[in-house]
Design a binder for this molecule. Structure first.
Ligand code: 2NL
Length: 357
């Protein structure tokens, strides 16, 4: 019995983990364990033998059980010590800081514009950026050899010899979106068409891709007076200036007749531009009454329907509203300036959460 005790106590002392301890427990004092088998053998002993062996076996069983329990808690303590030693955390380290992206100013301004025109009853229309020359030019009263085609610095899509599909261009304005909207929906209609447009032009104030928003309102008796009201409402909301004045100057576009360029009131004080005050003017858009040929091309009867259209540059509007001095900022991959101009983090809703930032 002494070698049994020796054997188990030293095995328990040497055990490195709980699984080994459990194995030893089963071997020694489990149902079929060595100690248990010997206890079962007590029944076949003489009473004298049993009187000696019984208490000794009980004592051995108790001793092994308490050695197991002691070792088990020693192992748990050691495991906890090990975790405390390795899994430490320096709570004095500075935080990582947030790295939020921001909505691009052009996207934000597009959403602001769409939200304002939504309140005025205009829906947003979208269309392809690669257009046929018919939608981009012919439908807008710019026939094939019209000089205006040259003024647009158009990007033409490559065409293999023998390709008999109609010529395609990168749209030079979003007007074709409105032609398509009229074809599909007919009159009456009120839409704006914001989006990317392309012209082969690159210098300090021009980029080959820029953003435009056009507007269109067709009904039975829409006039330039309606245009003036809509634009003044728009500029008041966009620049957050009540009663901002506009000035209409006669102009010419192939797709409108009559046509007007529209200025907004501004002042220059010490080289600082202020919008909505003073007696200077800043040109912001082109507009006019939609040319009958344009209505006709879109399947709208010009004897029944009439309306206004306008177009303006979103990039420049964003620069004016947020005081961004250089167009190239829009194409810079360094986003620090975005925060400098106070652009909202991406998790701040704009369009659906209203106009506030
Ligand atoms: C400008 C001038 C303009 C339009 C765009 C338009 C669209 C249709 C019919 C008639 Cl579908 N006109 N758009 C009209 C006048 C001016 O844009 O300077 N944009 C930056």
């Amino acid at each position: 019995m002494d070698d049994l005790k020796q054997k188990y106590l030293s095995a328990i002392a040497d055990a490195g983990d709980e699984a080994t301890l459990e194995e030893l427990r089963l071997q020694a004092v489990g149902k079929k364990g060595e100690v248990s088998l010997r206890m079962r053998a007590l029944g076949k002993m003489s009473p004298e033998e049993r009187q000696v062996a019984g208490p000794a076996l009980n004592a051995l069983k108790d001793e092994i059980n308490s050695a197991l329990a002691a070792k088990k808690s020693a192992l748990a303590d050691a495991a906890l010590d090990e975790r405390l030693r390795t899994e430490w955390l320096d709570v004095t380290l500075p935080g990582r800081g947030d790295r939020h992206g921001t909505i691009h100013p052009v996207s934000q301004v597009s959403e602001e514009i769409a939200a304002i025109f939504a309140n005025l009853g205009f829906a947003v229309a979208e269309g392809p950026q690669i257009e046929t020359d018919w939608y981009n030019f012919d439908s807008l009263n710019i026939p094939p050899h019209h000089p205006a085609r040259q003024e647009f610095d158009t990007f033409y899509m490559h065409r293999d010899a023998g390709d008999d599909r109609p010529p395609h261009v990168l749209r030079t304005h979003t007007s074709p979106v409105q032609t398509r909207a009229m074809e599909k929906q007919g009159a009456p209609i009120r839409v704006i068409a914001p989006g990317r447009v392309y012209r082969s032009d690159y210098d300090q104030t021009h980029t080959p891709m820029f953003h435009q928003v056009e507007g269109l309102a067709i009904d039975r008796d829409i006039s330039m007076a309606n245009l003036k009201w809509v634009l003044e409402e728009f500029f008041a909301a966009f620049f957050e200036i009540d009663g901002i004045k506009t000035r209409f100057r006669a102009s010419h576009f192939p797709f409108t007749e009559p046509s007007a360029e529209v200025d907004i009131q501004c002042s220059w004080v010490d080289g600082q531009l202020k919008i909505g005050e003073g007696d200077d003017w800043m040109e912001v858009l082109g507009s006019g009454m939609v040319h009958p040929n344009v209505l006709q091309a879109a399947g709208v009867n010009p004897d029944e329907w009439q309306g206004f259209a306008f177009g303006m540059g979103i990039d420049r509007l964003a620069m004016l509203k947020y005081g961004i001095p250089d167009l190239r900022a829009f194409f810079d991959s360094d986003l620090r300036w975005l925060r400098h101009y106070g652009f909202a983090s991406l998790d701040v809703p704009t369009l659906h959460g209203g106009l506030s930032r």
